[in-house]
Design a protein around this ligand. Structure first.
Ligand SMILES: Nc1nc2c(ncn2[C@@H]2O[C@H](COP(=O)(O)OP(=O)(O)O)[C@@H](O)[C@H]2O)c(=O)[nH]1
Ligand SMILES: [Mg+2]
Length: 365
């Protein structure tokens, strides 16, 4: 699963600073994670997962392989983008290619750094960008609706479902709200996804604050958090400036710097985890002497579906999974101890995997 998060926002709000901090951290980790590829505006980042290190320590794993998320720095989004201003359609297409969107809003005041709209107003920054995405969605739906209506009238069941969902999306969009505020039933989720709307993508509002507000946020980031709740989005407070400074420090220096700022961990870790949560994802582990590895699955995935993330053959030939809960694995100091204590379970095809499960799959070729 190549999960991709688009970083969007007006010019000079701190997108590239944030992106560079993310990828610098990833670059620093490149020695540990050999498959890390970094392109100019696309960066592959490890999901911070302290549990993985604990498991690897217990099992004496030679290699640690975390889950990954890709971030894309989408530059140049301005007012009028949906009408082709700036790079217009090109970056709208880039966003459509992603699984979630991180909206960066400027919550720091710095007279030396111009704001395209000549004022510091994060809510209005968010609205300008979201409006462009909403206009693009409206246009694409209105183009399609006539054809879909025709098919639906002719009795096409799929078209009837699509039409119902198009109308569900049009209602908030016409009222100036993102499509993600619409209530979608479980059985409609797939078709809803296939509408490929920009404003139905899961969203994270990133309040980029000044250095002094990095720990608790400020009045502006409070507004962003409030707005996120209204728009069915999540929010996170970060100081991109500080993150870019932290990213180049070694572990020891990093700890000291974070302490002086009153932070427990880099804001980037929170950001990455929030993105992960936003996507409805969780983690299971495979652990052995060769490697300890984190795997990404949707919440609710069954044993075979989880196995399928490793290899499609594992899903097809799934027999059962020897499963140990993370806490048991740690408390009983590994697989042998867990097995002895009866904490290793054999789970069949209907098993719904829990976050943190340590799994070993048995399958037919
Ligand atoms: N004071 C301050 N400046 C920042 C912060 N984040 C970014 N900047 C500065 O704002 C300017 C624009 O940042 P950049 O990341 O290039 O914005 P982008 O256009 O959104 O990619 C740069 O000069 C950054 O150094 C911050 O948290 N505090
Ligand atoms: Mg930039």
């Amino acid at each position: 699963m190549a999960l991709k998060v688009a970083i969007v926002g007006l010019p000079n709000v701190g997108k590239s600073t944030l992106f560079n901090a993310l990828t610098k951290t990833a670059a620093a980790q490149a020695a540990n994670y050999p498959f890390c590829t970094i392109e100019p505006n696309t960066g592959d980042v490890a999901v911070p997962e302290p549990r993985l290190d604990v498991l690897a320590g217990i099992a004496g794993s030679k290699e640690i392989i975390p889950s990954r998320i890709t971030f894309v720095d989408i530059a140049g989004l301005v007012r009028g983008a949906s009408k082709g201003e700036g790079l217009g359609n090109q970056f709208l297409a880039n966003i459509r290619d992603c699984d979630a969107v991180a909206f960066v809003a400027r919550c720091f005041v710095d007279d030396d750094i111009t704001h395209v709209e000549n004022r510091i107003d994060p809510i209005s920054d968010l609205e300008i960008i979201e409006t462009e995405l909403m206009l693009a969605d409206l246009e694409s739906l209105e183009k399609r609706v006539v054809n879909v209506e025709k098919k639906a009238k002719g009795g096409d069941k799929d078209a009837q479902q699509t039409l119902r969902l198009i109308n569900l999306a049009l209602t908030p969009l016409r009222a100036g709200k993102p499509a993600r505020v619409a209530q979608i039933d479980k059985e409609d989720e797939k078709a809803w996804h296939m509408l490929q709307l920009l404003t139905s993508l899961p969203a994270l509002y990133v309040a980029n604050v000044d250095e002094a507000s990095a720990d608790k946020g400020n009045e502006l980031s409070d507004l962003v958090a409030k707005r996120a709740a209204e728009d069915n989005a999540n929010s996170v407070v970060i100081s991109a400036q500080i993150e870019s400074e932290i990213a180049v420090l070694d572990d020891e220096e990093q700890r000291e710097f974070l302490e002086t700022l009153g932070l427990e961990e880099p804001g980037l870790n929170r950001l990455i985890r929030e993105a992960y949560k936003l996507l409805g994802l969780q983690t299971y582990f495979t652990v052995g002497p060769k490697e300890a590895r984190a795997w990404t699955i949707p919440v609710g995935a069954t044993g075979p579906q989880a196995a399928g993330v490793i290899h499609t053959d594992f899903e097809k030939g799934y027999i059962r999974a020897e499963t140990i809960a993370y806490n048991d694995f740690v408390a009983l100091k590994g697989e042998a101890g867990a097995k002895e204590a009866g904490k290793m379970r054999a789970e069949g095809k209907a098993y719904v995997v829990k976050d943190g499960d340590v799994m070993h799959f048995l399958f037919n070729n």
